[in-house]
Each structure stands twice: as C-alpha cells, then as structure tokens.
Design a protein around this ligand. Structure first.
Ligand SMILES: C[S@@+](CC[C@H](N)C(=O)[O-])C[C@H]1O[C@@H](n2cnc3c(N)ncnc32)[C@H](O)[C@@H]1O
Length: 269
C-alpha cells in the first residue's frame, strides 16, 4: 500500500498501482481548516483505491460487514453513444432543461451519469463535485477519454470538465474568472442532490445507494445551495427531486414529471 488517508467520514487506502495517478489529486484530501475533526474514531467507510491498467481509470473496493463492492465511473454507454452520434433529447429531463440549453453547469456530479448524458447530447458540460473521492474518480475518468477518441471527430470540449468544490463556490469562481457575465456562460444549471429520506422506510436500497448514503450522508444544505445559484444569476435552474418530497424552493416555474422523480424549473430574469 502506498498511503492511507483518514478523514472524519472515510478512510482511503491508496494502492501502489494507483499512487502516481493519485498524487495529482492529493491536495483535494486536506482536512481543510477543520482542526477539531476527530480522525481517530473508526471510519464508517474503508475504501481502497485501485487503477485499471487498461483504461487508466480508478476503481474503489469497499468492504463492509454485509457487502463487498467494486465502484467506478461507468463510461461505457457514454463512449458508445458518442461513437454512434448524438444521443436523442427526449423525456422530461430534457424538457426541463429547455431546447436551447447548450452550455450546462452540472452542480452535483456524483458518478457523472447525468453529465455524460448531457455531453452525449452535444452539450458543453461543466461539472462540480464536492466529495473528493467522487471528484477525483470523475476527473480521472474524463481525462482518459480524449486519448480514447484521439483522431476521431470529437473535440476535447465534448467531455465534461470536472471541478472539485462546492457548486456555489465554483460557480462564483468561474463567474469572477470569466470575461463575460457567467449568466451568459451557462444556459442552465442542473441540481440533483441526494434524495431526502422517506418518512416511512421502504425496501432496502441497493449497494451503490448504501455506499453513497454512508459516504455522503445526504445533502442537508441543498436548498441553500440552490438559492445561492439563483442569487448569483443562474438563468435557468433545474432541480431533480423524488416525487414524494416537497419542492426545494418556492416559486417553481414549471414541473416535468417522470415515473418516480420530478424536475422543477426555476427561472431568473
Ligand atoms: C444524487 S448524487 C448526483 C448524481 C449524478 N447526477 C449522477 O448522474 O451520477 C449527488 C451528488 O452531488 C454532490 N453534491 C451535493 N451538493 C453539492 C454541492 N453543493 N456542490 C458540489 N457537489 C455537491 C454529492 O456529493 C453527490 O455526489
């Protein structure tokens, strides 16, 4: 093993084969400013970070008392849809994003599935993730793609650009660093925080969900982050929520419903 990182919520073992790729992301794992963080307590999540020699993507092994899990950023359907040409834009999510959305700010990267869907539909995607493990895995996965497509007609900006940090802060930085107003840089922001728990517990969640719940422990500040994005001038904000949950913020302009989720659109003129 190359190194072990212990933070209040997780313990990450970096294997030898992942070491050199990991050093690029090491700064993201500083326990910033939290001098009182208790890192001596047993972690809920112990993970080991590996590197797939073929794809150069990271994967995680997670073993808890009831499950052993291999977790990675799944790029297969994304790569396939890019190879076939642009994916179709159908369904309530695309209706919520609006026909004119071309440049999108994905505020909640997660495993990158939505970001990759947007990119496969030809959108220019800027993605933010605040969990260092997920941000690192996404960044590494996206940075391996240009090589895979070298010589093909896909330019670099077809692939989501990954930023580590909280969406409101990253949006602010991009706005400050941009020559034009950020309102003109992104047509739309998409916000998909972790679902709030149901009052009545239903069937057991799958392993990947269990992992996310243990590692991320929900997104209790979701309403504040969404409000901050609107205050900062995001023109169109699409919030995904489970149909059982109340809206995140008042003044929803329009809602597009799928089977179990709703997409609420907020407009800022
Ligand atoms: C439900 S998952 C998103 C899933 C994602 N849409 C996908 O397709 O894989 C929520 C993710 O958003 C991240 N997140 C929540 N609030 C955030 C914020 N303010 N800034 C950046 N990331 C955030 C969480 O760490 C978590 O990984």
């Amino acid at each position: 093993m190359f190194m072990r990182i212990k933070q209040p919520r997780f313990e990450l073992e970096i294997t030898e084969e992942a070491a050199s790729a990991f050093t690029r992301y090491q700064d993201w794992f500083a326990v910033d400013g939290d001098q009182n963080a208790d890192t001596s307590a047993a972690s809920d999540v112990v993970l080991s970070l590996h590197l797939d020699p073929q794809t150069q993507r990271f994967f995680l092994n997670w073993q808890n008392s009831s499950a052993a899990l291999k977790l990675d950023v799944q790029c297969a359907s994304f790569v396939e849809s890019l190879s076939r040409g642009l994916a179709t834009k159908q369904g309530p999510l695309n209706q919520a994003l609006g026909k004119k959305t071309r440049r999108i700010f994905d505020a909640t990267g997660g495993w990158g599935n939505d970001s990759m869907l947007f990119a496969s539909q030809g959108m220019v995607v800027t993605t933010v993730e605040r969990n260092p493990i997920l941000a690192m895995m996404l960044h590494q996965a996206m940075s391996t793609l240009p090589l895979m497509f070298e010589g093909s007609s896909f330019s670099n900006n077809t692939f989501p650009e990954i930023h580590f940090g909280s969406a409101d802060q990253v949006y602010k930085q991009l706005k400050e660093g941009s020559n034009s107003d950020t309102a003109d840089v992104f047509d739309c922001a998409y916000f998909d925080p972790m679902f709030p728990p149901k009052r009545k517990k239903s069937a057991k969640s799958n392993k990947q969900m269990q992992f996310a719940q243990t590692l991320l422990q929900g997104d209790p500040d979701a309403a504040d982050i969404a409000a901050s994005l609107l205050e900062q001038g995001v023109r169109r904000l699409v919030v995904k929520r489970p149909s059982y949950a109340a809206v995140l913020l008042p003044n929803v302009e329009q809602t597009f419903s799928a089977k179990l989720v709703d997409y609420d659109v907020y407009l800022n003129f």
